[in-house]
Design a protein around this ligand. Structure first.
Ligand code: HEC
Length: 142
């Protein structure tokens, strides 16, 4: 009788140990779970920021349009110019070429740069640091 009750206790302890070890391993493997260290590689930080803020709607791979157009070689690309993406009239007629400064203002507040654009529901990215990282990342997709 008593040996039957011993087993679950032993089993539970072992489960707890495994969970604790798993948690530690997760912390070590996941950079976001660790305290922020100075970003050594800008590219990785930029990719991370892009993934957080843009990747729901945008890919950087050429031809890979999702809800938003792909952002391949966006620095130096004419606004609203991809032939295989249905841009809003506002974006098609924006009439400028994306550069770092335009991107920065657009990501901060899309409607200020291209009023009537259809990049919705996107609220703008207030952190200029994150914007800078993302633009540096996008500029690498040349
Ligand atoms: C909720 C979805 C969504 C999110 C999130 C989003 N976008 Fe967009 N984005 C769009 C859509 C839709 C368009 C097309 C807008 C239009 O045609 O008016 C667009 C257009 C753009 C364009 C213009 C592309 C061109 O070919 O002229 C740029 C640049 C851009 N987004 C950058 C970004 C960046 C950088 C982020 C992250 C900081 C971001 N977007 C986040 C949906 C999104």
């Amino acid at each position: 009788m008593s040996s039957r009750q011993d087993k679950p206790t032993w089993y539970r302890r072992r489960l707890l140990l495994i969970m604790a070890l798993g948690g530690t391993a997760y912390m070590l493997a996941s950079p976001s779970a660790l305290p922020q260290t100075p970003q050594g590689t800008d590219g990785a930080a930029g990719q991370q920021a892009f993934n957080n803020a843009c990747r729901t709607c945008h890919m950087v791979r050429e031809g890979d349009n999702r809800l938003g157009p792909n952002l391949h070689k966006i620095v130096g690309r004419k606004a609203g110019s991809l032939p295989d993406y249905a841009f809003s009239g506002a974006m098609k007629e924006a009439g400028f070429v994306w550069d770092e400064e335009k991107l920065d203002r657009f990501i901060a507040n899309p409607d200020e740069v291209v009023p009537g654009n259809s990049m919705k529901p996107y609220g703008g990215l207030p952190s200029s640091d994150d914007r800078k990282k993302i633009i540096a990342f996008l500029a690498q997709t040349r």
